[in-house]
Design a protein around this ligand. Structure first.
Ligand code: TXA
Ligand code: MG
Length: 311
């Protein structure tokens, strides 16, 4: 591991464009960034973080205007954005039709989390890269969030192209996450903004329903993911008449879809949500999915598929 903190915005933008991971400073915490429009790059985030399931990620953009190209802002969402952006607020809003951010970054949801960070170096990267950047906090799952470039190197030194050193994070707490649908705002995560500050602008905030509170340790598990209309059959080897086959590995080159013909789990994760949607769009009587090895990202893929197979 020989990466050094490197104050080079253009190198960071070039690494993102190549599909590499980069450590990026924000005013809240350091992020593990990837091109949000590139599903294979985003799959590398999940592989590096070692999460057993796909949590949706925040897409970082340079301005409210850039955010409105990706998400649908009601007047209330716009009011919150205008009050707190750039800054420590992430807004979850419905995705725009044709939203450029990949399905994997949104974990297959029809909503997207968007944030305009205020850190000047991050702003420069966003301007140089000119695309949304998906970035969770740059810590391995279950470890504290990093607030210095050195922390990011400790966590991911051998997995990232570089880390930009923007000094210690000024806030040191993750952004507050607020979901806005129409004139209703729900506080999903407290963070670098107080409830009082948010409510002074938005009025009283709703809290997530009781089912969400039942499993606070795993927010990804309680989100309503996109579920195919067709029934899903797991661990299948062939599709019967009227069914659609999603294969995995070289044995499935004749299948309707193949998550990865070379058995690459990062490629499979990148294809997962888009292939589920495409298979479902064929209106099959069932979607048959080949066995997926339960190692590395295979665990998160299996978790998602098990939920897709729930009646
Ligand atoms: O301060 C921060 O927010 C940092 C910096 C790097 O920006 N990022 C961060 O990302 O904390 P992450 O992935 O660790 O947290 C994202 C949060 C999760 O709680 C996730 O469940 C929620 O945002 N989230 C993202 N998209 C969502 C969606 N479509 N619906 C509901 N929650 C969503
Ligand atoms: Mg985190």
């Amino acid at each position: 591991m020989d990466q050094k903190p490197l104050n080079n915005v253009l190198a960071a933008a070039a690494a993102l464009a190549r599909g590499d991971l980069v450590g990026l400073p924000t005013e809240t915490v350091y992020g593990l960034g990837a091109d949000a429009t590139n599903a294979e790059a985003v799959a590398k985030i999940f592989a590096a973080k070692g999460r057993p399931h796909f949590n949706p990620l925040i897409s970082h953009v340079v301005s409210l205007e850039a955010a409105e190209a990706l998400g649908q802002f009601s007047p209330l969402a716009r009011k919150l954005a205008e009050a707190f952006w750039p800054g420590p607020l992430s807004l979850v809003v419905p995705r725009q039709p044709g939203c450029a951010v990949c399905d994997l970054a949104c974990a297959g949801l029809d909503t997207i989390a968007l944030r305009v960070p205020s850190h000047p170096l991050m702003q420069q990267v966003l301007r140089a890269f000119d695309k949304p950047i998906a970035a969770p906090s740059a810590n391995v799952s279950g470890r504290p969030s990093p607030t210095t470039a050195a922390h990011v190197l400790e966590e991911f030194g051998d997995r990232i192209a570089l880390v930009l050193d923007g000094g210690p994070s000024a806030i040191g707490l993750e952004s507050a996450v607020v979901a806005v649908t129409g004139d209703q705002a729900t506080l999903l995560r407290l963070g670098g903004l107080s409830r009082e500050a948010l409510e002074a602008v938005a009025g009283p905030l709703l809290t997530p329903d009781a089912s969400a509170k039942a499993a606070p340790a795993s927010p990804g598990m309680v989100l309503r993911h996109y579920a195919p209309r067709a029934p899903v059959r797991l661990d299948g080897s062939t599709a019967d008449a009227g069914e659609v086959m999603i294969g995995f590995g070289p044995g499935f080159d004749g299948a309707d879809f193949n998550l990865s013909s070379s058995s690459d789990l990062v490629e499979a994760a990148a294809n997962l949500f888009a292939m589920l949607r495409a298979a479902d769009a064929l209106n099959p009587c069932a979607i048959v999915i080949a066995p997926i090895p339960q190692t590395g990202l295979g665990e998160a893929i299996a978790d998602r598929l098990a939920r897709a197979a729930e009646p």
